[in-house]
Ligand binder design. Sequence first.
Ligand code: FES
Length: 316
Amino acid sequence: MSTVDQIVVEVTAIQQVAPMIKAFTLKPLKGELTPFSAGAHVVVEMGEEQKHRNAYSLMSDPNDSREYQIAVRLQEASRGGSIFMHEQVAVGDQLKISPPANLFAPAWRAKKHVLFAGGVGITPFLSYVPVMQQRQAEFELHYLYRSQQTGAYRTELMEELGERCHCYDADEGKRCDIATVMADQPLGTHFYICGPASLIETVQATADQLGIPASAIHWEEFAGAKPGQPFKVELSRTGVELVVAADSSLLEVLEEADIEIPNLCRAGVCGQCVCDVTEGDVEHRDNYLSDAEKQSGKQMMPCVSRAAGGRLVLDI
Ligand code: FES
């Protein structure tokens, strides 16, 4: 995302939709917003002095480009982005967002769609539902949450989807038997997971055991950059030296220095932000590079990965 692409929006409503989740309605200052497809996200820029940019799924109806809606779960151990959204942003404020991008679109060729949402991972599926209903696609939703923290929109979803919506409140001791759900599906079913890494790993492992091809499994993890040790980075083409603080990502620091790095997911999955490394050891935290590429240490994804030592030199 370059700064010229950014869209300025106004926050027109903020709603507490679960104990730890707030929903934000964003409207353009004039005209309409860019249309988007089910599963798309935007990157929201937060803060003045120390900027954070986090990706959030658009959860409004893709057919409605008058406004966007996103939801933010308060993450106590976050680098500050979710705390900023929860504590600093008020109705009437303006925010800068990227145009929508989609790394989690439904595979429309599937015979059936089974959606697994964990906590705030419900958000991309809120944009799936109206489109799937419109297309009369066969689908079912399995929604896992803790009602003392998350579980947003469960009442509305249960009312709207009836027996296609299965809710599992861990705070009431309800568990989803993922293996049984997956084993019971017709051939040609695709599975979608959005939520914590543990949920994604469970569905992937179950698919392996059941012989479901990896091409039928689609996932989006709600994990942007996580904090780590501070380190220095030198840009070999200009000799510029930058410091990456414990709660900043390398990508954010490069952007602050006006170095444009392509990026879509900011979560180590799309591969857009890849940078060549000429010196230093990398702590790889992405899901994009292969194990061999990680071991070679020649490339890294600055949106999530960091220096394993105190210093890196990048070919920029
Ligand atoms: S922005 Fe997608 S991998 Fe870095």
